[in-house]
Each structure stands twice: as structure tokens, then as C-alpha cells.
Design a protein around this ligand. Structure first.
Ligand SMILES: C[S@@+](CC[C@H](N)C(=O)[O-])C[C@H]1O[C@@H](n2cnc3c(N)ncnc32)[C@H](O)[C@@H]1O
Length: 363
């Protein structure tokens, strides 16, 4: 197995920025967050314009709509919208992987599958970058742009989601359960990102991917370890974050899901008979505490994600699965949010990417 760490240099620069005091952070209110989000979103758009050469950014406060792109795409700018969150996540992966959409050494894959495609942003970017590929994104939910205007999408979803006037002809979205039978098609590259907590049977999913992979094809999986660490070993000063993390794990286990996915990917891929297995592990700060500029930027995006997760994502697990009241969760969530903003805790999580190949000789 080759195991590499492309950001080893960055990891060595995990020196905290002494100028950031925790007092500043505790005064960081929701208005600051909204303004920080707006400024980060603007940075994402600039980045996409430079890197993808696709967009012309502009924001219309009247319609709360972001930019018209060269390719005719329009993005809705709802501050707390699902699309914005997906864009934030996608941007974190872009930054962490040096702007690359994938790490596997693929060249011109004819048929590409994105499992659990979400808003479809990765599939669309990949389709733009690989006009030779036919990209299929599958998801349980019809939240991809192709469904825009479909009667399945409610008004509320409609307001929150990406509005796209054109999906490239080489990109297709299907509503499908990846844990059901996979029928027919085979692929040259299968991409799976951020499905921790969603999939019940990971070895079963990987066996399906192997069976539906053309010989010589590549699989790539990217997951965060859903657990925060402290670079200066001060997690004991964040007891509510620990309660929150342990509660999330417990709730996931009770509903037959698991969060310890990232650390197991490499073994599962190997057990599914893939070869040339390579694992990359990258440190992503959970707040803008490092001095290093790139890590600080990553941390700023990740803090917004974590704050959202503390408010909304965790609530369903604690109230519906663990039986907490909404008020009890609101108290925990407020404490977690406050601890997340404390840069002296030097919080981070590990981002794993594993890619592997189906042998040329496999049936
Ligand atoms: C956190 S999102 C990740 C989206 C996307 N992969 C990305 O990285 O931007 C997880 C997505 O997986 C989808 N999902 C969960 N279980 C699934 C399943 N069994 N089959 C297909 N999609 C699934 C969810 O509907 C959701 O859109």
C-alpha cells in the first residue's frame, strides 16, 4: 500500500496564530457569521471564476441571487440554503486537494458514477472538466439542478437549491438508492464523497462498485473522520463538544449507521478486491486558528460548517434518536458553538481520501 500525505508541509506549519485571542472569538455573534459567510462565499465565487474559468460573479441583493456565469448558470444565494452549504463543503475539498477534483490517476474515463451526488456540484464540475466523460450522479433525493421546475421539488426546496439553467449534456442525474441492486451499467471511475452516517453496509456498497467497474477502472472515496482532535491536547476544555461527538456516534449506531468510516475505507476497499490502494490523509483545522494562511482559510470555512452542524445536523440525532428535548439540545448546541469558536483549543479533523483500481484481469 502506498500511503502519502500531500499536505505534510502544511501540517508542519500547524503553528497557532498568537494574534487571535479567544476573547475576540467569543464576541463573534451571528451577524458576524452572516457577514463572514457572505465574504467567504464571494471568495468561493472568485476562486471558481479563476480556476474553472466558468463564472462571472455578481450579487444582486434584491433577488438574493449570485452571479450569471458564462455557461448560463445561476446560483441562488440563500444564506442558510442547502446549496450554499454544499458549495462550502465542495470548496473545502477543492482547497484541501490543491484545486483538484480527484486524486486517482484517471485519464479519460468514459463512464463516471458519483454516488450520493447531493446537489451534483462535483458531478457538474467533473463533467465540465471532462467533456469526453458521461457522468451519472445518483442520489436518494431529487435535489440536483436537472430537477429544477420538477413538481417533486417543493417551493421551499426550490428557494434553497441551486437554480441552474443548463446542465451540461454529458451530466445526468438519477434518483436511486446506492444500497439497492445496481442494474446494468458499468463504469470506469466511481466517486463517493461524504456519505459517512448515510450508508448502512459499506463493504456491500464497495462490492457493488467492484462488480460494476470496468477492468482497470478506479474508485475514489473521500470522508472526514467525524471526530474533532485538539492539536495542543486541550479537548478536555471542551466537554460539551465531547458530549456532542459521543452523542452523534451513539445515535448513528442506534439507527444502524456508523461514523467511523474514514479510518476504515482503506481496509474495506482492499477487502472488496481493489488493488493499487492509496490513502491520503489531510489535516483540516476546524477554526481559523493556524498562522499559515492556507490552513487559516480552510479553518474559516470549516468553522462555518461545524457551526451549522451543531445547530441543525445534530438536532435530529439527539431529539429523534436519543430522546432529548429540543430545549435540551438547544442548550448543548449553544455551548458546542461557543467552544467551536474558541481558537485556543486548536481543533482539527482528518480528511481521508482513498483510491484504488480494479485489476485489468478481473472479470
Ligand atoms: C453529505 S451529502 C454529500 C453530497 C456529495 N457527495 C458531495 O460531496 O457534495 C450526502 C448525500 O448522500 C445521499 N445519500 C444518502 N444515502 C444514499 C443512498 N443510499 N443512495 C444514494 N444517495 C444517498 C443523500 O441524499 C445526500 O444528498
Amino acid at each position: 500500500m502506498a500511503s502519502t500525505d500531500p499536505t505534510a508541509d502544511l501540517a508542519n506549519q500547524l503553528e497557532p496564530d498568537d494574534e487571535q485571542s479567544s476573547e475576540q472569538d467569543s464576541a463573534y455573534g451571528d451577524d458576524d457569521l452572516i457577514s463572514e459567510r457572505t465574504s467567504l462565499f464571494s471568495d468561493i465565487m472568485k476562486y471558481r471564476e479563476e480556476v474553472h474559468d466558468t463564472f462571472v460573479s455578481a450579487f444582486s441583493p434584491d433577488t438574493d441571487t449570485w452571479l450569471l456565469g458564462q455557461n448560463g448558470r445561476r446560483y441562488h444565494g440563500y444564506k442558510d440554503g442547502a446549496y450554499l452549504l454544499a458549495l462550502q463543503h465542495h470548496h473545502i475539498f477543492n482547497l484541501a486537494n490543491g484545486g483538484k477534483l480527484y486524486l486517482a490517476p484517471i485519464e479519460r474515463p468514459a463512464r463516471v458514477l458519483d454516488v450520493g451526488t447531493g446537489t451534483g456540484i462535483w458531478a457538474m464540475d467533473f463533467g465540465d472538466a471532462h467533456e469526453e466523460s458521461h457522468v451519472i450522479g445518483i442520489d436518494l433525493s431529487p435535489i440536483q439542478p436537472a430537477w429544477w421546475g420538477s413538481p417533486i421539488v417543493s417551493d421551499e426546496q426550490f428557494r434553497l437549491l441551486l437554480i441552474l439553467s443548463r446542465v451540461a449534456p454529458n451530466v445526468e442525474f438519477l434518483v436511486d438508492d446506492a444500497e439497492d441492486l445496481w442494474l446494468g451499467n458499468t463504469y470506469d471511475y466511481i466517486h463517493i464523497r461524504m456519505l459517512s452516517g448515510a450508508i448502512k453496509d459499506w463493504p456491500g456498497l464497495l462490492a457493488k462498485a467492484f462488480d460494476h467497474m470496468n477492468p482497470g477502472g478506479w474508485i475514489e472515496l473521500t470522508e472526514f473522520e467525524v471526530w474533532l482532535h485538539s492539536h495542543n491536547n486541550s479537548l478536555h476544555r471542551a466537554p460539551d463538544i465531547q458530549t456532542w461527538q459521543e452523542g452523534l456516534r451513539e445515535a448513528a449506531a442506534l439507527i444502524g449507521r456508523r461514523f467511523d468510516v474514514a479510518v476504515n475505507l482503506e481496509n474495506w476497499v482492499r477487502q472488496a478486491n481493489f488493488t493499487n490502494v492509496t490513502q491520503h490523509k489531510i489535516i483540516v483545522p476546524a477554526a481559523p486558528w493556524p498562522k499559515n494562511k492556507e490552513l487559516k482559510t480552510l479553518g474559516a470555512y470549516q468553522l462555518l460548517n461545524m457551526l451549522d452542524a451543531a445547530s441543525s445536523y445534530g438536532q435530529a440525532h439527539f431529539t429523534r434518536v436519543l430522546g432529548w428535548s429540543a430545549d435540551e439540545y438547544a442548550v448543548l448546541s449553544a455551548k458546542v458553538r461557543s467552544q467551536l469558536k474558541d481558537r485556543t483549543l486548536q481543533l482539527y479533523s482528518d480528511l481521508y481520501t482513498v483510491y484504488a483500481r480494479k485489476p485489468m484481469t478481473a472479470p
